[in-house]
Design a protein around this ligand. Sequence first.
Ligand SMILES: Cc1cc2nc3c(=O)[nH]c(=O)nc-3n(C[C@H](O)[C@H](O)[C@H](O)COP(=O)(O)OP(=O)(O)OC[C@H]3O[C@@H](n4cnc5c(N)ncnc54)[C@H](O)[C@@H]3O)c2cc1C
Length: 290
Amino acid sequence: MKLPPVEYVAPSTVSEAVALLAEHQDEASVLAGGQSLIPLLALRLAHPAVLIDINGIAELSGVSAPNGWVAIGATTREYVAEESATLAAAVPLLAAALPLIGHEAIRSRGTIGGSLAHADPAAELPAVARALDAEFVVRGPAGERVIPAADWFEGYLTTSRRPDELLVQVRFPVAGPGTGFSFQEVARRHGDFAIVGLAASLTLSGAAISDARLAFAGMSDVPLRATDAEDFLVGQRPSASLFDEAARLAADNTDPPADLHGSSDYRKKVAAALVRRGLRAAADNAGERQ
Ligand SMILES: Cc1cc2nc3c(=O)[nH]c(=O)nc-3n(C[C@H](O)[C@H](O)[C@H](O)COP(=O)(O)OP(=O)(O)OC[C@H]3O[C@@H](n4cnc5c(N)ncnc54)[C@H](O)[C@@H]3O)c2cc1C
């Protein structure tokens, strides 16, 4: 389908982009990789008057590692992040999730900022950001503000970014020693969006779990932390029975949607299975990373 008529602007700096957003507010859409936005335009599900193409803003792209964080520029392509040795060493959970996004052609255009600004609850990166308490740096006419992941995802395809703000960077904390990770998902075919996904991170101090993080994709209209299961795990020693109980707790406290791909009950069963698998895998590689 052809795109509807729309004005197109391509600023070359963040300041220009922010000025354009301030001028056009809700009438504008930011164009990053276009992998979600262009289909929405073609299907007439989005109707912006102006497209602000941020692909030419050099300062928005790149991966760096300042003081205990890995900072990823908003227009960094998903495949560039996937190939980053810095990211793989410092945020292995994110590195594990990236190859599960769509297919190579999509990851070669799709951006880290685009995925997280789009906020599809079935997508991999929102679950990782929520599990790791990532930080979102946005810039607007009044300057910069930093939004914690817990406050970023507000609802289905909805974030706390204001219409005149641009997402410029996302920061993930560096995994500490003894931290294991796993991204698990069930999808109809390789490359499809997950029916249910799970970002899992487990830190072992000696033989006991000192930190546990579990965030689901596909179980709500936002990525969902399983806080009761996380609290239950901390202070305990990893075991099959512990992980069974954590899986039960994590799945019991959800009320997932039903759709063409599966009933609510099916999603709960898949969620419990993914928690068991994810915790087992994370505990195994936590031992290797101590
Ligand atoms: C066939 C197909 C399969 C896919 N499968 C998956 C999958 O399995 N898992 C998955 O996670 N994703 C999947 N995707 C989506 C893909 O990851 C997209 O790249 C991503 O969701 C959007 O990134 P983008 O850079 O293309 O953003 P765009 O499509 O350009 O933008 C998406 C939205 O975010 C806004 N936006 C973008 N950047 C910014 C910014 N810096 N500041 C403010 N707003 C911004 C846009 O205005 C728009 O509303 C798939 C896409 C396709 C076409």
